[in-house]
Design a protein around this ligand. Structure first.
Ligand code: G3P
Length: 217
């Protein structure tokens, strides 16, 4: 299972990439707004830190505009993945761009039939938003299960990129279902590594070690 960071915060990406656990990055217009930085500059910096796919979202909503903006973001680095909304224009642009060798992440997926369309359009990734699905009173993980089943039925190569992850249990559930990727805020990746018993056990070991009066090396 691949782990992507869902952020446009370059300092956070740099800090967590050092762990070797970051396989890619996803950004969106809201995250760019939050970062308060120039979009193209931020994407360029992220691409230099993380060699895996870095999703950069277009904001045009028509086919021609999406292709124009996709050309701009693709020129930044070879690991840019063009992020397109799950609309008919977005799916059309997905088909054109993937035929041209681009990586494409089809985003804002909220139903299994939508995910089926993304796969048929040749998407590299489809991004179902589990947190927002839960917020709206639906079961986000049931959506991931349905997409996994459909993609396996037809051996679609499109990777399921679980997005709108809010907590470690989302990542656990996605892994149990066999989702290909989970993109998560930096805080969630940090939470995954933590456990109160790990901290407690480490503190006890260090206290006992100090009593031995020894050093290593
Ligand atoms: O990048 C898309 C997605 O992960 C958004 O998450 O928390 O805004 O629903 P959120």
């Amino acid at each position: 299972m691949k782990f992507f960071l869902d952020t446009a915060d370059v300092a956070e990406i740099e800090a967590l990439a050092a762990s070797g656990l970051v396989d890619g990055v996803t950004t969106n217009p809201s995250l760019v707004h939050k970062a308060g930085r120039n979009f193209l500059e931020v994407v360029k910096e992220i691409c230099a830190i993380v060699p895996g796919p870095v999703s950069a979202e277009v904001v045009a909503t028509d086919y021609e505009g999406m292709l124009r903006e996709a050309a701009v973001v693709r020129a930044i680095a070879p690991n840019v993945c063009v992020k397109l909304p799950l609309t008919l224009d977005g799916l059309r642009a997905c088909r054109t761009l993937t035929a041209d060798g681009a990586m494409v992440n089809v985003t804002l997926c909220f139903s299994a039939p939508q995910a089926l369309l993304a796969a048929k359009a040749g998407a590299t990734f489809v991004s179902p938003f589990v947190g927002r699905h839960d917020d709206a009173g639906f079961d986000g993980m049931a959506l991931i299960e349905d997409i996994r089943l459909i993609y396996d039925n037809y051996e679609f190569a499109t990777e399921i990129l679980v997005a709108s992850v809010r907590h470690p249990v989302h990542v656990l559930a996605a892994a149990k279902i066999g989702a290909d990727v989970a993109t998560m805020p930096p805080a969630v990746l940090r939470q995954l590594a933590g456990h109160p018993l790990t901290e407690k056990g480490l503190a006890a070991f260090l206290a006992d070690w100090a009593k031995t009066g020894q050093t290593i090396g």
